[in-house]
Write a protein that binds this ligand. Structure first.
Ligand code: SAH
Ligand code: AVI
Length: 331
């Protein structure tokens, strides 16, 4: 563990080593030597990737962020009064924009004590901590820089007051179904009897509306998608030509998830210097970079049950595009 900052109000710990940050080398070795090439989406998020994601959230077609904000603005007071939460742990916290709505509600209820942003991107944790500590009197921040698939047990123990653990934005949909349930089960270990999980899930709807959200005419999502190649070039001394790959996004109706892929526009022979590995892409060959699963209420409920959790609340926006659900550890 590296302590990145330790003051009276802010503590930030990193559980990522400076050299082997996010398991990138192993993921590249595994993912690019398979017959169907694939990389996990966490590697999008270096500083540039996090900035590109922020821009996606402002795109007219990317409805999840606005829909989830709408729900939070309507229901944050109710969620906070139901839970009595004094601590917010946010997994994949990003810019912490939505956390503010919950922190405001906790401040209004007089319970606000601590915020624990957890993200793989060091810069977003630092920025959020510095900004929020200035905005909320008496707030303590314990930031964790880590991989929530590997370092969830590094979340600091909770205090006396109930805790709300939030996984917002639809990030849970970026895991394949089996891993998703395992992840929910691990998150459940952070919950004591009075604690709650607040989970954001994008809902199944007209495929055209979903596809538009992942293929904007401005090309921001395409640049976000190609960012993973820039990350590999920089961190593993590789020579991908990102312009030789086009952005693909389509709704898989059988699985009810979006897939993002990068398709080679010509044959490419890529050297991953750090691994001494040469990877060949045929013309038209695709690399899967993300799935983003869409949910129904029944799918969320079943996932909770399979993970030892039980649904205690369900909130949607006016257009039923997105849902927030509250869950507790099953008795
Ligand atoms: N919660 C925010 C951000 C969602 S973007 C919102 O709703 O808008 C997904 C966030 O999860 C990014 O900030 C990314 O850096 C983080 N993330 C992705 N994979 C991660 C992992 N394995 N461990 C920790 N954080 C991760
Ligand atoms: C972070 N995650 C929930 C986003 C999503 O919608 O699946 C990432 C994203 N990918 C493309 N656009 C946004």
């Amino acid at each position: 563990m590296r302590a990145l900052l330790d003051t009276a109000e802010i503590r930030i710990e990193s559980w990522l080593s400076e050299t082997e940050d996010r398991n990138l080398a192993n993921d590249v070795l595994d993912g690019l030597t398979r017959p169907f090439k694939e990389l996990p989406p966490k590697h999008f998020y270096d500083t540039r990737g996090s900035e590109l994601f922020e821009r996606i959230c402002e795109l007219p077609d990317y409805y999840p962020t606005r829909s989830e904000r709408e729900i939070l603005e309507l229901c944050a007071d109710e969620i906070v009064s139901e839970t009595g939460a004094g601590e917010l742990v946010e997994l994949g916290s990003g810019s912490a924009d939505k956390a503010r709505i919950l922190l405001d509600a906790m401040a209004r209820a007089g319970t606000l004590r601590r915020y624990v942003p957890f993200d793989v991107s060091e810069q977003v944790v630092r920025d959020a901590a510095q900004q929020l500590v200035d905005e909320y009197d008496g707030l303590h921040i314990h930031g964790v820089v880590g991989d929530f698939e590997r370092h969830l047990d590094r979340v600091p123990p909770s205090g006396d007051e109930p805790r709300l653990v939030a996984l917002l934005g639809g990030t849970i949909g970026n895991f394949p179904p089996g891993t998703r349930r395992r992840m929910l089960r691990k998150i459940g270990t952070l919950l004591g009897p009075g604690d709650r999980l607040l989970l954001g899930t994008d809902l199944v709807k007209d495929p055209a509306e979903i596809e538009a959200a992942y293929d904007d005419p401005q090309g921001v999502t395409a640049e976000f998608n190609r960012n993973v190649l820039h990350v590999i070039n920089r961190e593993l001394d590789a020579d991908f030509d990102p312009d030789a790959f086009e952005h693909i996004a389509f709704f898989d109706r059988r699985h009810e998830w979006i897939e993002m892929r990068l398709r080679a526009l010509r044959p490419c022979s890529v050297l991953i210097g750090e691994l001494g590995l040469r990877v060949e892409f045929a013309h038209g060959e695709e690399l899967r970079t993300e799935i983003s699963a869409k949910f129904t209420r029944a799918r969320v409920r079943d996932d909770f049950e399979a993970a030892g959790l039980s649904m205690r609340g369900w909130y949607t926006d006016r257009n039923a595009r997105f849902a927030l659900s509250l869950a507790a550890r099953a008795a």
